[in-house]
Design a binder for this molecule. Structure first.
Ligand code: PDD
Length: 281
């Protein structure tokens, strides 16, 4: 596999990042995941805009190559022959040559830019979408700026493991009694013709897939309500689902052991998945 590091396309075993990199030492970095379908980048503009915002919120300079990111993405897709899969991009504050809590001088220490691809044949036709996923609820103990897509993913990883241990697929995180989001996705419920998902704030990541799906829902005359909801409300809903760049729209059929609706994927989630994939291809 060919990867990209600070201006160079290299075989993955030749790519190097310093042990002093602040991404490694302090999780001082941000990332994006863009999916590829039919060899094409999905929602690239949205991911680029969010990356720019994440960098600005953390006072991190744009890495060299920022203006060529579309080209770099396309080149990696081409070099690795990706038809269906993902591109991972990470920017960190760089490697000042030591460890210090204070940010390094941006005139001296330049951001690190890394990209790699993941080949995922069958991503769009994922059979899991036909049966849905099961989630558990866990307390949301992450920091207060989840709208910034940082690489601090330890708690979401732990949440995923708690879900696996419970025989489930993912965890929905709960703060002050209401669902914030999934470990790596936005959370939704459906009541009648109404799609309910938490409003945007510092509490959740502003999903790029979320924005697209809500737009398609409105175009299809579905009602959208952006507000917080509880686990009890979700368990009693007609349907539930998640969205992300890696799952698109994925039905949720069980929450903390309680079946949602009939316990099978619902029509609204299925329809939104179909629309999203149609519009993306
Ligand atoms: N995760 N919420 C969280 C906490 C996320 O990590 C993600 C994305 C989303 C959905 O955002 P988007 O629709 O822009 O992918 C919501 C990516 C896919 C990941 O970490 O792999």
């Amino acid at each position: 596999r060919t990867v990209y590091v600070n201006g160079d396309y290299l075989p993955e075993n030749e790519a190097k990042v310093s042990i002093f990199d602040r991404g490694f030492l302090m999780a001082d970095g941000v990332y994006e995941v863009t999916s590829v379908l039919g060899g094409k980048l999905i929602d690239f503009g949205g991911h680029l805009a969010r990356l720019e915002r994440s960098l600005a919120e953390l006072d991190m300079d744009k890495p060299e190559g920022f203006d060529d990111l579309l080209e770099i993405h396309r080149e990696l897709v081409r070099l690795n022959g990706i038809e269906e899969g993902m591109i991972y991009l990470q920017v960190t504050r760089g490697a000042p040559g030591g460890r210090d809590f204070a940010f390094p001088d941006p005139e001296v220490t330049k951001p690190t830019l890394v990209l790699f691809t993941q080949n995922k044949p069958g991503l769009a036709a994922n059979p899991v979408a036909k049966k849905g996923i099961k989630v558990i609820s866990i307390e949301d103990i992450r920091w207060g700026r989840r709208d910034i897509k940082t690489v601090q993913l330890l708690y979401p990883s732990m949440g995923k493991m708690m879900a696996k241990k419970a025989g489930c697929d993912d965890a929905w995180m709960v703060q002050d009694g209401a669902v914030t989001e999934g470990t790596s996705n936005n959370a939704y419920i459906v009541k009648g013709n109404k799609i309910i998902t938490r409003q945007l704030s510092h509490d959740i990541l502003h999903g790029i897939t979320r924005a697209a799906v809500l737009r398609f829902a409105q175009e299809a005359q579905m009602e959208v309500e952006e507000r917080a909801f509880t686990i009890a409300e979700a368990q009693a809903a007609d349907e539930a689902f998640i969205t992300s760049a890696s799952t698109f729209v994925m039905p949720v059929v069980e929450i903390d052991g309680a079946k949602v609706g009939t316990g099978a994927p619902g029509n609204v989630a299925a329809r939104l998945r179909e629309i999203y994939l149609d519009e993306s291809l």
